[in-house]
Design a protein around this ligand. Structure first.
Ligand code: C5P
Length: 311
């Protein structure tokens, strides 16, 4: 069989349908309980072996200005490549082309997904054929959300996000993503959450009302996800933090009454989403939100839930 010399891979984004954040752990992370769901809106990464002298050239197509600010050392594609080379001794000179569509700092997992796709592509290109357990370990060392993207689909996540149990993908639904014109850096958002808990700052008068202790069991979630989204008992602990910003609050309120069957916040923001049964209703909601002139600029993406990549 001829060896692969190039490989193109779609790196999907995700939303968190549910996100409960526990206390800060001694290692600085937080235990969480979350439902991750991949969408069919993706970055595209292409890797090509151009010779065997152990370096790489990279070309990024980046439509979002804030993405340009990612220093090369923090770029998760480079980190995943470095880690893969270290573990496997894979030394080929590579040309890497990334079409970056998923905005950074949006809670959509773009960087994490790119890292997972890099590991999957390099595993195929190099012929290393690392076992899934090895890829999962490498993924977890790159970031809390990276292991999820090795499989995609929908999953119940616990620990700091690396313990995963597959869930059935919600079917026949449209997801309208609405991204405000700013990023919400993850570490900063967790810091604000800790601070608000320590000071009790958000206990009175917060919107939406907090639903503490809403523990869900992954065993029952298949039925819940297959049921009407209007009845999903999901919540995101970062909602009260971001809704301190009045414009954000307006966006969340408008999304909730836009004809969506369910609406929420992805990860620690900044992207919000609405779930719709009909594409047309989602498109109408997008128009209505634009007419409301919430924020100077809102970016919209319309997507569907994506099935897992690997079985
Ligand atoms: O794992 P990752 O590098 O994506 O995490 C970025 C930051 O988000 C961490 O440094 C930490 O501050 C915060 N985080 C957390 N608990 C998690 C995931 C992330 O506190 N479960």
């Amino acid at each position: 069989m001829k060896n692969l010399v190039s490989c193109s891979i779609q790196a999907p984004c995700k939303i968190n349908l549910h996100l409960m954040v526990g206390e800060k752990r001694p290692d600085g992370y937080h235990d969480l309980q979350s439902i991750f769901a991949a969408l069919d809106y993706s970055d595209t990464l292409t890797f090509e072996i151009v010779s065997c002298n152990g370096s790489f050239v990279q070309h990024w197509e980046v439509p979002f200005e804030e993405d340009c600010a990612i220093p090369p050392g923090q770029n998760l594609v480079n980190k995943a490549l470095g880690l893969f080379r270290e573990k496997t001794g894979f030394a080929a000179h590579l040309s890497i082309h990334v079409v970056k569509r998923i905005p950074a700092g949006a809670g959509l997992g773009g960087g994490s997904s790119d890292a997972a796709s890099t590991l999957l592509a390099l595993n195929a290109l190099s012929g290393a054929n690392l076992a899934k357990a090895e890829l999962l370990e490498m993924a977890a060392s790159l970031g809390s959300d990276v292991p999820f993207f090795l499989n995609g689909g929908a999953a119940w996540a616990s620990g700091r996000g690396e313990h995963l149990e597959p869930l059935p993908c919600p079917k026949d639904l449209w997801v309208l993503l609405a991204k405000p014109p700013f990023a919400s850096p993850t570490a900063e958002a967790y810091g604000l959450l800790d601070e608000s808990r320590e000071t009790g700052r958000l206990e009175a008068g917060e919107y939406p009302p907090h639903k503490p202790g809403r523990l869900l069991s992954p065993r029952d979630l298949g039925d819940v996800l297959a049921g009407p989204p209007e009845k999903w008992p999901f919540y995101n602990d970062f909602l009260p933090i971001l809704s301190e910003n009045r414009e954000y609050l307006r966006l969340l309120e408008k999304l909730a009454i836009s004809g969506s069957a369910f609406s929420g916040l992805s990860g620690s923001g900044s992207c919000c989403f609405g779930i719709f049964r009909e594409k047309e209703t989602a498109q109408k909601a997008q128009k209505a939100l634009l007419n409301r002139k919430i924020f100077t600029e809102l970016t919209f993406f319309l997507a569907k839930f994506a099935e897992p990549v690997l079985k």
